[in-house]
Design a protein around this ligand. Structure first.
Ligand code: PEP
Length: 241
């Protein structure tokens, strides 16, 4: 399957800064590259380098109606979004997003033809307590419960250990291998066509560690935060995928 490297700009950018960044981005041969940008910039990103896919960072679980402040998946589709991140740990931790809500958001995205990038991952306390796959299994089960087995094969998963995000040091290759293998096995055990699910790694991926991480079995790409805002770094990471 073709690898995916998705940049998560988080709440960063400006019209001017985005244009400078975009002018330095280009498609990367053999790998799908996407940028997930704040909602107001979806219009600006209609003009972007060829071959660069567009994504958002959140979506409403609802299709339309009296939900002030929400943005629907069909709106994202109208702006050409191929992807939307759901269940990022920042949304879970800072905005109280529950496992079941993540599942409903993934369902809303798929219904509009937008592929959800479903983030899962444990905190450091959960890792220290030996609960990594228990936590991830719970997060995945909530999404599977909403989507069902067939649709579950259409999502992209991102393993993002909370303790590695923005910390400057990624999980080790051994840790990544163990969890990605565990996720693939979990999917198989639950009847999901696991081989068609891309499992991205996210958490302090940089040009200096990207090649090692992308060489790990069951890593099908990356979700890149901070480094996606620096064109030369993001392009180097895409080149390593
Ligand atoms: C992220 O927030 O999805 C992420 C992976 O961040 P960073 O690369 O900055 O750790």
């Amino acid at each position: 399957m073709i690898r995916l490297v998705a940049g998560n700009w988080k709440m960063n950018g400006s019209l001017v800064a985005n244009r400078v960044l975009l002018d330095q981005l280009e498609a990367s041969p053999g790998v799908e590259v996407a940028v997930c940008v704040p909602y107001p910039y979806l219009a600006q990103l209609q003009q972007r380098p060829g071959g660069l896919a567009l994504g958002a960072q959140d979506v409403s679980e609802y299709a339309a109606g009296a939900y002030t402040g929400e943005v629907s998946a069909s709106m994202l589709a109208e702006f050409g979004c191929r992807y939307v991140i759901v269940g990022h740990s920042e949304r879970r931790a800072l905005f109280g997003e529950q496992d079941v809500t993540v599942g409903r958001k993934a369902r809303a995205a798929l219904a509009a033809g937008v592929v959800p990038i479903v983030c899962v991952g444990e905190t450091l306390a959960e890792r220290d307590a030996g609960r990594v796959m228990a936590v991830i299994g719970r997060q995945l089960a909530a999404v599977l419960e909403v989507l069902g087995v067939a649709a579950m094969a259409s999502v992209v998963l991102a393993y993002e250990p909370v303790w590695a995000i923005g910390s400057g040091s990624s999980a080790s290759a051994e840790q990544v291998a163990e969890v990605h293998g565990g996720i693939r096995a979990w999917l198989v055990a639950h009847g999901v066509e696991a081989e068609s699910v891309r499992i991205l790694y996210g958490g302090s991926v940089k040009p200096g560690n990207a090649r090692e991480i992308f060489a790990v079995a069951d890593v099908d790409g990356g979700l890149i935060g901070g480094a996606s805002l620096v064109a030369v770094d993001f392009m180097a990471i895409c080149g390593a995928a």
